[in-house]
Design a protein around this ligand. Structure first.
Ligand code: NAD
Length: 472
């Protein structure tokens, strides 16, 4: 009898389509009361997030360390500080963002005035991922709240400590009648995706991006898809070698061990310059992570055994294993892989076919640096494209000819923190964008409003269209 009671309790706790429908209905009713539309409500929630980030910094750092052994300073810089900046920017700018934008009107509407009113969409869904599980959950939620929506967050089950912390913190700090966290994996996300949302922001792989978009299409729900791709770094031979090496390392190994959507996936450089670049990378890597990087506390581990075996498979492929010029060591128990550099792996190797998302860096060599353009163009458009050069003409051509979500010249990754820039992909790397005002805009409907008076009502616009009117 006890068992059957327990199994009934367990059964009840499953988050299924019925529960998801109830949740959406409840949030829609609460949205309809209009409370989330007020400036005061939005500000109160943003202040609560800022307070939470201030008071719970240690818990957040600990959760990120548990999930992916993220070094505390890296956790602070890349997640907590970024979330705080996003929240502070919204607090500062909200009044300005919410203000209707005046636009001039045409003679045909004379006399009139016009404005664009940003109105909240309603009930929105944020599906987040595991690599920056705090920032990539909070940043969209901050934008959804700023725009006056009710919101459901589904964090990634692959970062369980952060997922559970988010659920607890958002429940205790925020207004639960408008902001909810649903934890879970595929079944829970599927139940959520069956519902009608007013917008979905999904961060993760293109494979699941397609599932999200197909589900959204049934309800004509618009989506923002923040996906990934193979982000190239083209390195010219006229660069400051030490600075270039340090910045590439910071944008690969010191950034979640390469498990970042905009981390450098591979380098393309000139054949005669590659040995110099490799030496500089080796020297700087040793300064960053010591002689035995497998023991370094300054490099995150691989997130899961599944991701670890995928990366090992990439390294152990026949065509690849003899191309290792640095690293290659791995420790299955600790889920660690040493910073690894591969030189001139063949194009058809798996490591050059899929997004690496780990500490492996292939270097592809070309005779002329401009040859890198056709290599990049032969692949799906990446989320970010990097170029290191002192050649102004090359910079111009790169910006002009290469299409990517974002672009950064002479550094890697840090464009993500420039809040005035929209962040998002193009084609296979995603659609739509967010960050700062762009998140507010993405979670708002831009309603066109034209105001007319009863004055000036020329009869020419009305039938009958008499010959006299035609003459005018
Ligand atoms: P993941 O496994 O955490 O999945 C992301 C989300 O999708 C999770 O919430 C998960 O529960 C959900 N999900 C997984 N399978 C699903 C299914 N079958 N149906 C419905 N929902 C499902 O993360 P991931 O996909 O391994 O993330 C890595 C990818 O994310 C990489 O391609 C990376 O480049 C990309 N990424 C992009 C950004 C960005 O901002 N553009 C940021 C981080 C990661």
């Amino acid at each position: 009898a006890t068992l059957s009671v327990e199994s009934k309790v367990e059964e009840k706790q499953v988050f299924d389509g019925e529960k998801a429908a109830l949740l959406v209905r409840e949030l829609r009713n609460n949205f309809d009361t209009g409370k989330t539309k007020s400036y005061e409500w939005r500000i109160s929630q943003l202040k609560a997030i800022a307070k939470m980030l201030e008071e719970k910094e240690k818990e957040i750092v600990d959760a990120l360390n548990k999930d992916i052994s993220k070094p505390p300073l890296e956790a602070f810089i890349t997640e907590i500080f970024q979330a705080k900046s996003s929240c502070n920017e919204a607090l500062q700018e909200l009044k300005h963002w919410m203000k209707p934008e005046k636009v001039s009107t045409s003679i045909t509407a004379y006399p009139s005035s016009a404005e664009i009113v940003s109105e909240p969409l309603g009930v929105v869904l944020v599906i987040s991922t595991w690599n920056f599980p705090m920032l990539l959950s909070l940043d969209p939620v901050i934008g959804a709240i700023s725009a006056g929506n009710t919101v459901v967050l589904k964090p990634s089950e692959v970062a369980p400590a952060t997922s559970s912390l988010l659920a607890n913190l958002l429940e205790s700090y925020l207004d639960n009648s408008a902001v909810r966290v649903i934890e879970g994996a595929v079944p829970e996300t599927t139940a959520l995706l069956e519902q009608k949302w007013d917008k979905i922001l999904y961060t993760g792989s293109a494979r699941v991006g397609r599932i999200v978009m197909a589900a959204a299409a049934k309800h004509l729900t618009p989506v923002i898809l923040e996906l990934g791709g193979k982000c190239p770094a083209v390195v010219d031979s006229n660069v400051d070698l030490q600075v270039t090496a340090r910045r590439i390392i910071a944008g690969k190994w010191a950034c979640n061990s390469g498990q970042a959507c905009i981390s450098v996936d591979h380098i393309i450089t000139r054949k005669d310059f590659a040995p110099k670049l490799i030496n500089a990378l080796k020297e700087e890597l040793e300064i960053f992570f010591g002689k035995n990087p497998m023991e370094s506390k300054d490099m995150s581990r691989i997130v899961s055994p599944m991701q670890f075996s995928r990366l090992v498979r990439l390294l152990d492929e026949d065509k690849v294993s003899d191309k290792i010029v640095l690293g290659g060591q791995r420790d299955e128990k600790k889920l660690k892989i040493a910073p690894t550099i591969l030189l001139d792996v063949p194009e058809e190797a798996m490591v050059m076919q899929e997004e690496i998302f780990g500490p492996i860096m292939p270097i592809i060599t070309v005779d002329n640096i401009e040859d890198s353009f056709s290599i990049i163009k032969s692949r799906p458009k990446p989320l970010a494209a990097y170029l290191f050069t002192n050649n102004e003409q090359l910079k111009k051509e790169y910006v002009d000819k290469i299409s990517s979500g974002g672009m950064l010249i002479n550094d890697a990754v840090i464009h993500v923190a420039t809040r005035g820039l929209p962040f998002g992909g193009v084609e296979e790397s995603g659609m739509g964008c967010y960050h700062g005002k762009f998140t507010f805009d993405s979670f708002s409907h831009k309603k066109s409003v034209l105001y007319k008076s009863f004055d000036a009502d020329p009869s020419i616009r009305y039938p009958p269209y008499t010959p006299q009117k035609e003459k005018l």
